[in-house]
Design a protein around this ligand. Structure first.
Ligand code: 4NP
Length: 157
């Protein structure tokens, strides 16, 4: 059976999407389904290419028992070919991804992370980069919820 390939996307690939990748990896490890998936993350800008995740994101992640090891990379044209799901954190991500998608078939792979979140009033995963501690904590709360629902939507289908 071929692996389901999931690519999480945000703007800089140093806060939200590496956090989502790390949380999703924890979920598939906990469910012993890691051999059924290939998981990665990328950014829409290359500004932080090669960098570890933002130290604030890593610090908050650590508080919740996560170790983010990903290094930032920009999305590449062939990612649309390689991945089955391309997961956008907010509407700006979604629209930029839509514009980048080489074909309409590829565009159908793009989903919104918040569409899987069952917490009340969540319509996007907000960028914590310019905010304070609370923003990073909120991102983790949303992503833990949304990634679990997203995981089940794949496994149960
Ligand atoms: P992210 O947060 O998209 O969640 O990784 C950001 C990180 C860096 C920038 C913007 C958002 N930036 O403009 O450098």
């Amino acid at each position: 059976m071929s692996r389901t390939k999931v690519l999480f996307i945000c703007l800089g690939n140093i806060c939200r999407s590496p956090m989502a990748e790390t949380i999703f990896n924890r979920i598939i490890t906990d469910h012993q389904t890691q051999n059924e998936f290939y998981v990665d993350s990328a950014g829409l800008i290359s500004y932080h290419q090669g960098e570890m995740a933002d130290p604030r994101m890593r610090m908050h992640a650590k508080r919740h028992g996560y170790d983010i090891t990903h290094r930032s990379r920009p999305i590449r044209a062939h990612d649309f070919d390689s991945f089955d799901y391309i997961v956008a954190m907010d509407d700006d991500n979604y629209e930029r991804l839509y514009d980048l998608a080489p074909t309409l078939e590829d565009a159908k792979k793009i989903v919104r992370m918040a569409d899987y979140c069952t917490l009340p009033g969540v319509s996007y995963v907000p960028d914590p980069y310019y905010g304070g501690d609370q923003g990073f904590e909120r991102v983790i709360e949303m992503l833990e919820n949304a990634c679990m629902e997203f995981y089940h939507s794949i496994i149960d289908s």
